[in-house]
Design a protein around this ligand. Structure first.
Ligand code: TXA
Ligand code: MG
Length: 322
């Protein structure tokens, strides 16, 4: 068991000593360490059981703090930061040598974002270094959106979880990079493509690359529950697999033949932001039920719906891939 509390000073002292602390953000909880301290970074990879080829995102309190970590900022990246920071957007920027190789897995770019959570912004403001923080889950599993989720999975391995209540966005940040100023989204996330395009125009989306993915969040098997999850038409799936020992994750409606205990509805009113906020909590809850299988349906493929569907597809794919 880790200690769970709202003591920013305690988090600061631990981080300054090179220890790890779980921190709340608006997207998901992060497993944070001093981004400039190689020993702290090494601990992050170890605690998460994360392969060293998967780079970490660096968190800063504001745009000005990002400037000392990177070489130059493309005009479109600046526009996006002005508009959406603090918020669920990670910018891939050319790093300066102050960022250790380990943080970026040797890549020339570093992922940087300014999280929109009052506790974590306050923490970042009283530190003299930025925080590297991947999502605070074992590699490949569902990201945590509550302090208790972190404790369930990493509580034995870390000392302190800074509690910032339930994450209000609930999906990881959107990741965007700029090759010769041309923007490419590498991970769909808590900031919709539409909002990004409203500021910088058309962007390319490149989510899958079969080998050596630029962002392992792109690997097909990711964000996965341990139970088998099948995505499709719920009515048909329930006809095929039966209604017993089955968990249902639906967008809006209840399925009458399935016990209510085994059902989770993302948003009865069809609100995609609400659905995003609940997605990972519901997947976790269903994963813990005494059932054999989770059946789920896609949500409308616009706004945050695209990122929700992306996570659902990856959760489903991981099982068929073993
Ligand atoms: O919302 C978020 O982004 C959360 C919170 C804690 O900030 N963090 C998060 O970190 O989701 P993580 O490590 O679970 O996912 C970060 C993704 C990984 O897939 C990684 O490969 C990619 O970002 N990434 C980081 N730096 C990169 C870089 N320089 N180039 C390409 N991809 C990068
Ligand atoms: Mg992650």
């Amino acid at each position: 068991m880790a200690l769970i509390g709202k003591n920013i000073l305690k988090a600061k002292v631990l981080l300054e000593a090179g220890e790890l602390v779980a921190i709340p953000t608006e997207t998901v909880y992060g497993l944070a360490g001093n981004a400039l301290n190689v020993e702290a970074i090494t601990k992050i990879f170890k605690v998460k059981n994360r392969p060293s080829f998967d780079p970490l995102i660096v968190h800063v309190p504001d745009f000005a703090s990002a400037l000392s970590l990177v070489d130059s900022i493309p005009a479109k990246a600046k526009l996006l930061a002005d508009q959406f920071w603090p918020g669920p957007l990670t910018l891939l920027l050319n790093r300066r040598s102050v960022i250790p190789d380990l943080v970026t897995s040797g890549l020339p770019t570093v992922g940087i974002r300014c999280p929109d959570h009052p506790i974590t912004i306050e923490l970042l403001k009283c530190l003299t270094f930025p925080l590297a923080a991947p999502s605070a889950n074992p590699f490949g599993y569902i990201s945590p959106t509550q302090a208790l989720h972190v404790n369930d999975q990493l509580g034995e391995k870390i000392k302190y979880i800074l509690d910032g209540d339930t994450c209000k966005v609930g999906l990881e940040s959107t990741i965007i990079g700029f090759d010769n100023e041309y923007p490419t989204i590498y991970r769909l996330g808590g900031l919709s493509v539409e909002k990004i395009e409203s500021v910088i125009g058309k962007v390319t989306i490149q989510l899958h690359s079969a080998s050596n993915p630029k962002a392992p969040g792109q690997l097909l098997s990711h964000y996965a529950p341990t139970k088998k999850l099948i995505l499709g038409n719920l009515q048909e799936l329930l006809q095929t697999y039966g209604t017993k020992e089955v968990g249902v994750l639906s967008f809006r409606g209840i399925k009458e033949d399935v016990t209510l205990m085994n059902q989770r509805i993302l948003s009865p009113t069809g609100d995609l932001e609400k659905a995003a906020q609940q997605l990972f909590t519901f997947l976790r809850e269903l994963d813990q039920l005494d059932i054999q299988l989770i059946v789920a349906e896609e949500v409308p493929d616009s706004g945050l719906g695209r990122a929700i569907n992306d996570r659902l597809r990856r959760a489903a794919a991981s099982i068929t891939n073993g």
